[in-house]
Design a protein around this ligand. Structure first.
Ligand SMILES: [Fe+2]
Ligand SMILES: [Fe+2]
Length: 306
């Protein structure tokens, strides 16, 4: 994304939210460009991983509504809009990959992902203070915004570009809701800036270490299950995915979204955003997981060449 656009977007990350609204029927999956099928395997694996994470939203959505029990505005929005839209993201991505890659057994690979993911979706993973959990949700939406904008920048298939643009717009809108709720809770809770920073860092590390890596591992395991042909190792696949994302991550926008809960003065935030642009790039989606997350079966299997 051009820096000028990033700067403009960065200035509006907390502008009033607006509901865009789209449906699966709005995407013409039958028009997927066959030239792009299977030509960009790391991209397809990334889309599969994303479809897993989005489709698993229900596992932690119930924890969130429990956490905010009694706040009717928040729980109503979470259940009636946010969760429904995240699940639609999962279904739309699943539909895309099954059109582009009909031989992939999505159900089987997803079952493996869910088995590893579900035990991790506990109430203990949420920030105890409601306002700080809203900060954590801002981090997640910043990460997904960055992911889908980066895919949009990389993808050549017009159908995929259209799809991830719509999903990315939803993620920005979700972010604005969570940021607004954070500000409401903050008026009562008065968390210190260090406490907010801690919530930002904790959730950022958690995303990279767990969700993203686990989704990709199970996409990889599903793709190369029972294959006798030579294929890349998981580490090679992960590097390829990072390489396709890295040039397209909207660092300026992501940095602004990540920093906004700190409620810095505009001039200070601008200076910090420029100073920490590289740090934001590392902390957000592109971050290389530093430790292994739940491993998928056969994740590093490379059969002998034949
Ligand atoms: Fe999503
Ligand atoms: Fe979202």
């Amino acid at each position: 994304m051009p820096e000028s656009n990033q700067t403009r977007n960065a200035a509006t990350v907390d502008a009033p939210t607006e509901s865009i609204g789209w449906r699966l029927e709005d995407i013409n999956f039958t028009a997927i460009d066959s030239a792009h099928r299977q030509a960009d395997e790391p991209l397809l694996l990334l889309l599969i991983a994303s479809s897993f994470i989005e489709s698993g939203t229900h596992l932690y959505a119930s924890n969130l509504t429990t956490h905010f029990d009694g706040d009717r505005e928040v729980t109503t929005w979470l259940t009636e809009e946010w969760e429904a839209e995240e699940l639609q993201h999962g279904l739309a991505l699943r539909t895309y990959v099954t059109h582009a890659w009909p031989s992939f057994d999505w159900e089987h690979a997803y079952a493996g992902f869910i088995a590893a993911f579900e035990p991790l979706c506990t109430m203990g993973r949420l920030e105890p203070r409601r306002g700080l959990e809203m900060v954590g949700r801002c981090v997640v939406e910043t990460s997904t915004t960055s992911l889908y904008r980066a895919i949009q920048g990389h993808a050549r298939d017009p159908v995929l570009r259209d799809l991830v643009r719509r999903i990315g717009d939803d993620e920005v809108r979700h972010y604005k809701h969570f940021l607004r709720y954070f500000r409401q809770f903050q008026q009562r809770e008065q968390s210190s800036r260090m406490a907010v920073l801690g919530a930002l860092v904790r959730r950022s590390l958690e995303i990279g270490l767990r969700d993203t890596d686990s989704g990709l591992r199970h996409a990889y395991a599903g793709r190369y299950r029972d294959t006798a042909t030579p294929h890349p190792t998981f580490e090679e696949t992960r590097r390829a995915v990072r390489a396709l994302l890295r040039p397209n991550v909207p660092v300026g926008l992501a940095g602004a979204m990540w920093l906004r809960p700190l409620q810095l003065a505009p001039r200070v935030e601008g200076a910090v955003r420029r100073l920490f642009a590289g740090v934001a790039r590392a902390l957000l989606f592109v971050a290389a997981p530093l430790t292994a997350s739940p491993a998928a079966p056969d994740a590093n299997r490379r059969p002998p060449s034949s």
